[in-house]
Write a protein that binds this ligand. Structure first.
Ligand SMILES: [Zn+2]
Length: 132
């Protein structure tokens, strides 16, 4: 049982948390989901895509109520969507990391408590006796 080591670890995790929280403070604008490029037939009669020259299109996908939804996006929208969906993914990833980090912090806090109680187990025993 090394309380000093646990305290030091907790301090490091506190710095990690501060860094992580920064993500939620600096991100401006987000769109759920992601984008990808694909090739499609447009369905117009006589179009080059009927002969196998497919159209390159950008799609935006997101899940809604457990279902995947996609729609095409215009070329001039691609940059914006790319930035905002990247922000979204970074935001969600940081959120997941924060949950993991908090679990680690609580574990250390409990270990420190355990150590402190052991250090003062004599006092605890005395107090417990008095109450009886
Ligand atoms: Zn076509």
């Amino acid at each position: 049982m090394d309380i000093g080591k646990y305290r030091q670890e907790l301090r490091v995790l506190f710095d990690d948390e501060r860094e992580l929280i920064e993500t939620f403070l600096v991100i401006r604008g987000l769109v759920k989901g992601g984008i990808y490029k694909t090739k499609l037939k447009c369905g117009k009669k006589g179009c080059k895509c009927e002969r196998g020259e497919l159209h390159e299109v950008w799609m935006h996908y997101r899940s809604e109520g457990g279902k995947a939804k996609t729609r095409t996006i215009r070329k001039e929208e691609v940059q914006e969507y790319e930035r905002y969906t990247r922000n979204y993914q970074r935001y969600r990833q940081s959120r997941a990391e924060l949950i993991k980090l908090h679990k680690k912090q609580i574990r250390l806090i409990d270990l420190i408590e355990e150590g402190l109680r052991k250090e003062n187990s004599g006092i605890e025993k005395k107090l417990f006796k008095k109450k009886r």
